[in-house]
Ligand binder design. Structure first.
Ligand code: CMC
Length: 433
């Protein structure tokens, strides 16, 4: 007899139950049979923030947080960052295998030929105030795209779904670049299909009056690496939002807008912007001990540090730190890097951070590179959202095709008032809250 099961004794009733263990997990619904009385709803688990709950089976991304390992479809992130272009990694994530040359050619062609935005989208974006936050614009513009492609609602039609994948991955950089130019008051620069994904993004950000923009190859490659590192990260807050909203069979644009909204939060993708604000506020290396003291006293967090899954150095932070030196050779050194390196050194030697296993995460160094590239800090989360579009859509697809998935609908533990009768206004004695 298999021993892949768990025996539970309910001390309330003395009853013994056996539940199966599969892939290192028990099914939460198997606990429902455990009842203290016939009319009770059965046992469930209480897990705010999904600290120890798997909500899906996935074959896309693997993280071992204790060892600091990140793999896409089984390939270590270090090897992908070293050898691939971003679109090659996008293909890998979406299809599960690295592409052959001709497959990649077709994939790149499909994405390249969907980069242009409908002219009405431009008008829509134009309606935002000059100082609108880029993430507010990104979330709204992606949501608005759903109205341009109503066939996107046909989510169980494979060809139509694939087309929205190409559109969203292709248009995300165009939206990002248009947001930047809206904020700085420059005319929008149209996509150049001769350029690579990241080369074209630089073109749309920085092209001025030249006939043809030539991206700096070091910057183009650095951006490719940064995009590869940000392409996916399994069931984080925004991917969970994508899957949850998508589980209602919502179209990919509206689902992705929800995911981007989740990313906007300072505890998630908004952390890179917060890191820069923090480094600027610290100002110089001498002020670091004082800053650390305040963090330890609970007066704010060391942004860019700590992670729900990584209890070791985030492998992405290590790769970014290396890429920073190459970018600085072109752009000049960003003085904030010296504060960041010293902050990291002091934090990693401090008992508070050691005990809680807090290490630099992906956001600790990414903003410093983006700033050196001339990207304003308000844009950093958009820089995260563009490549993460690939991960979100890959999870969306996996969720839709998974026959075990259902509309997301967690339980709650109701601790509110017990049933009581309505009290007319003139009879109420105590203030209602
Ligand atoms: N600075 C100071 N203390 C921290 C930090 C930090 N950055 N992160 C966690 N802690 C402390 C926290 O106060 C708690 O201490 P105690 O046990 O004494 O109450 C302990 O460490 C555990 O923290 P937690 O909030 O329970 O951990 P979590 O897994 O719920 O949160 C996190 C993970 C990423 C939200 C958190 O570490 C954090 O707020 N970090 C700063 C924001 C940040 O850099 N976010 C980017 C995450 S990586 C990119 C992404 O995936 O979006």
């Amino acid at each position: 007899m298999s021993n892949q099961n768990l025996t539970i004794t309910d001390n309330r009733t003395g009853k013994i139950y056996t539940v199966a263990i599969e892939n290192g997990a028990i099914k939460a619904t198997d606990l429902r049979q455990i009842k203290a009385a016939d009319d009770d709803a059965g046992l469930c688990t209480y897990d705010p923030g999904f600290m120890n709950t798997a909500a899906c089976k996935s074959r896309i991304c693997y993280i071992d947080g204790d060892k600091g390992i990140l793999e896409y479809r089984g390939y270590p992130i270090e090897q992908l960052a070293e050898n691939c272009t971003f679109l090659e990694v996008a293909y890998l994530l979406a299809h599960g295998e690295l592409p052959l040359q001709e497959d990649l050619g077709e994939f790149v062609h499909n994405i390249t030929h969907h980069t242009i935005l409908h002219e009405n989208v431009k008008q829509f974006m134009h309606g935002f105030r000059y100082d609108a936050h880029p993430m507010g614009m990104f979330v709204s513009t992606v949501a608005a795209l759903a109205t341009f492609y109503p066939e996107a609602k046909d989510i169980f039609d494979t060809a139509k779904r694939r087309k929205q994948f190409f559109r969203l991955v292709a248009k995300a950089p165009t939206i990002g670049a248009f947001i930047y130019r809206h904020n700085v008051g420059m005319p929008y620069a149209y996509p150049d299909n001769d350029l690579s994904y990241t080369g074209n993004f630089l073109n749309m950000l920085y092209k001025k009056t030249e006939v043809k923009y030539k991206p700096n190859p070091v910057m183009e490659r650095a951006l490719d690496i940064l995009f590869i590192l940000h392409a996916d990260h399994e069931q984080n807050c925004s991917t969970t939002a994508m899957r949850s909203v998508g589980s209602a069979n919502t179209d990919p644009y509206s689902s992705l807008a929800a995911a981007a909204a989740a990313l906007y939060g300072p505890l998630h993708g908004g952390a890179n912007e917060a890191v820069l604000k923090m480094l600027r506020a610290i100002g110089n290396k001498d002020k670091i001990p004082e800053f650390i003291k305040r963090v330890k006293a609970g007066e704010g967090r060391l942004m860019g540090f700590g992670h729900r899954v990584y209890k070791n150095y985030d492998p992405r932070a290590r790769i970014i730190k290396r890429a920073a030196d190459e970018v600085f050779e072109v752009t000049g050194r960003n003085p904030l890097i010296d504060i960041a390196v010293e902050l990291e050194r002091i934090a990693l030697e401090d008992e508070y951070f050691i005990k809680r296993r807090l290490y630099p995460n992906v956001d600790f160094y990414s903003g410093i590179i983006y700033e050196a590239m001339g990207i304003p800090s308000e844009m950093f989360t958009v820089m995260f959202a563009i490549p993460r579009t690939v991960g979100w859509l890959t999870h969306y697809e996996e969720m839709l095709l998974d026959s075990e998935q259902k509309i997301a609908r967690p339980k709650q533990l109701y601790l509110g008032a017990a049933r009581r009768d309505f009290v007319p206004m003139h009879q109420r004695k105590t203030a209602q809250t």
